[in-house]
Design a protein around this ligand. Structure first.
Ligand code: NCC
Length: 276
């Protein structure tokens, strides 16, 4: 993958200067067993930067894309939730540097979070939504999904794991950013894991390639590349402001239509790009 060097993207550079700095929960944010179990090391060291980053959506349009080899060439690969690579390598690759998990995946028994090999030997970042105006104290008393016991069990059985939690108020600063840059009124629900991934990586990557966030010609009514379930809301959103997120992503894209709609990825210059 190549980093674009001659295209100006006002949107990305604007986001760099206006969105609040990516923020995870820290030990001293609140005195609680949860924060005591947060790793001493940060999710990324300040000097941990990457030339090329790939964000792999869970979209069904990845099936038969043949993008696996190209995805694995990136310096960092971000995946979401319980999306598998085994058996899908040809289309989605096999490398995973980091996974972003929503709190359902950490909490619900069906995901077997604490025991599954899917969540070992990589960086992990999870998020759970608070109310727009909630304090940390209010949120931690009644999270949307009660992930706290599983977080602590996982950390105790994998003490070397680099597993952080998004500061819940950061999610709302990202939501503010989306609403401020969208003409339509969007529902007050946090951004999807995909948009969070973009905001997390823009400061660390020269270029961020995002796979099947803008649906390609392989468009289908199915939800995920690893499942047969039909659900168009996975692609266009019902709870998350997905359509607004995708339009912002497309605005920042530097790739030609052939790449976006035929090959299946967009490319967004990161803050490390010389153009910002
Ligand atoms: O589906 P999900 O999303 O895990 O997908 C991860 C990210 O990929 C992008 N995506 C996904 C499917 C699709 N057809 N098009 C896409 O563009 C989105 O950017 C999405 O964020 C999530 O964001 O965490 C989400 O998680 C699922 C679900 O909890 C997990 O897959 C675990 O089963 C949510 N679905 C439900 O709760 C039913 C989804 O709303 C958001």
């Amino acid at each position: 993958p190549q980093a674009p060097n001659n295209v100006k993207s006002d949107w990305t550079c604007n986001m760099a200067s206006t969105v609040e700095k990516f923020r995870t929960l820290e030990k001293n944010d609140i005195d609680h067993l949860l924060t005591k179990n947060i790793p001493d090391v940060p999710l990324f060291d300040d000097n941990e930067v990457f030339e090329t980053c790939a964000i792999i959506s869970n979209a069904a349009t990845l099936r038969n894309s043949n993008l696996g080899y190209f995805i694995d060439q990136h310096d960092l690969v971000l995946r979401f939730n319980n999306a598998p690579t085994k058996g899908y390598e040809k289309d989605v690759g096999s490398k995973t540097t980091i996974r972003i998990l929503n709190s359902q995946v950490v909490t619900k028994p069906q995901f077997q979070f604490v025991s599954s090999p899917l969540y070992k030997r990589l960086k992990l970042l999870m998020w759970d939504p608070s109310n727009y105006t909630s304090s940390i104290n209010e949120w931690i008393k009644s999270p949307e999904h009660n992930f706290i016991n599983n977080y602590i069990s996982f950390r105790k059985s994998n003490p070397k794991s680099n597993f952080h939690i998004v500061h819940p108020q950061y999610l709302w600063r990202l939501w503010d950013y989306i609403q401020d840059h969208t003409t339509a009124h969007i529902r007050r629900n946090p951004p999807s894991s995909g948009f969070l991934g973009l905001a997390m990586l823009l400061p660390r990557c020269t270029v961020v390639n995002m796979f099947e966030f803008i649906p390609s010609e392989r468009m289908t009514h199915r939800c995920h590349y690893y499942h047969e379930k039909v659900d168009l809301t996975c692609t266009f959103g019902i709870w998350h402001p997905l359509a607004a997120e995708k339009l912002l992503m497309l605005t920042a894209n530097t790739m030609p239509d052939q790449t976006v709609f035929h090959t299946g990825f967009i490319s967004i210059p990161g803050y490390k790009s010389p153009i910002c």
